[in-house]
Design a protein around this ligand. Sequence first.
Ligand SMILES: Cc1ncc(COP(=O)(O)O)c(C=O)c1O
Ligand SMILES: N[C@@H](CCCC[NH3+])C(=O)O
Length: 467
Amino acid sequence: MSGQHAAPEAAPLRAPEPDGAATGVWSTGVRRGDDGALSVAGVDVREIARTHGTPAYVVDEADLRGRARAFAEAFDAAFAESAGMAGADVYYAGKAFLSVAVARWVHEEGLRLDTSTGGELAVALRAGVPGEAIGLHGNNKSDDEIRTALAHGVGRIVVDSLAEVERVATLAAEAGTRAPVMVRVTTGVHAGGHDFIATAHEDQKFGLSLASGAARKAVDEILARDSLELVGLHSHIGSQIVDLAGFEVAARAVLGLRAEIAAETGFLAPEVDLGGGYGIRYTAADDVPPAPAQIAATLADAVRRVCAELGTPVPRVSVEPGRSIAGPAGLTLYTVGTVKEVALDDGGTRTYVSVDGGMSDNIRTALYDAAYTATLAGRRPDAGAVTARVVGKHCESGDIVVRDVALPADVRAGDLLAVPATGAYGRSMASNYNMVPRPPVLAATQDGVRVLVRRETVEDLLALDLG
Ligand SMILES: Cc1ncc(COP(=O)(O)O)c(C=O)c1O
Ligand SMILES: N[C@@H](CCCC[NH3+])C(=O)O
């Protein structure tokens, strides 16, 4: 169409990768049939929409399990004692997306669970994940959250402030127990896809600064408390990171602190957690991220090298991937409501395609200017492509799901659209803005579709309102 804005994201539209490449934008179980309709794990998305309605998050269970397993296997191999290492644990970061079923899946695949609130902890426990396989994070844990964690014997509480060292020590003493704690160290490494999701530079709320001495002070205070057991040091540098160099820099910083503590106090922290943050592909324009085996090998190599330089034994290592396990496994299915052509100042036009969800089910575009792509999911197109903007139904002009994407010019009301790579930080960051009930989370498997989290209803929302 002449005058159409040729936006940079026009290229990302691509058919699902039929080879099911694990690094693809779509989950490995997505295919496009001869009639143009997508299926997930063999289930036609038109059938999913008919049965469960839209918008809906669809999780490809085999894909998510496969990614979890790949992390477990890669870290087991790279950190094996036979490789001169001291073992590794992979904690799935539940903030990416957590439900009882997902907690069970990842645990069955050999992962532990990283939680950051009492709510996430409750889901992990409901799933039957043993307390010792759960970690509790959070920069402002409540006394209740700490008490619950202690009561269930969580494997580690990651302390985030000096005040919290005191608080956990007191609550553990009251409970007559010894709390296993890690210190979250702010290494000064700045990494991540967006300033809001970088977490280890100095001027932000997380962790205890290495540079200022706060991290060291926390360690000394923990070592002085009978009710606390220091199980390790923790570093998380940010999210949506594809260049592994930042992890190596952070590992060096944390391992240096560990060696310094050992030299000065005689205490060698048994474990170092290098956090999560591995990036994924949201559009075909994104770099292909490193696979779990490459991540594990790079981290193992860095830990081995730095420890050799420092003359300290290697620690047990843990990591906390969230997005890289849940993100690519999920897609969001929407139905188009209206299509509108809007004149632009430069004489061109833009096609606004409104869907039945929006920023309440995917806040990432509005919050981080995140790039997504979308495709016509229920039929074959009958026209060439136009550059479209997929928007939601909320009262906000920033309510954009996909900023620029090539969609067929005949896109119309009733069409199904699928947005890939929404498995992480979609449902988990969803809201009820404009009193919109949150979509369900559906698991697609070869045996069909199972509802993991049911659709909210207006009645659910009204039930909260006591009038
Ligand atoms: C402490 C911690 N661990 C793990 C994660 C998971 O990060 P991601 O989903 O990017 O792997 C986060 C979020 O960035 C985090 O804050
Ligand atoms: N929620 C963010 C990432 C933050 C990760 C948690 N520290 C995202 O959607 O990208």
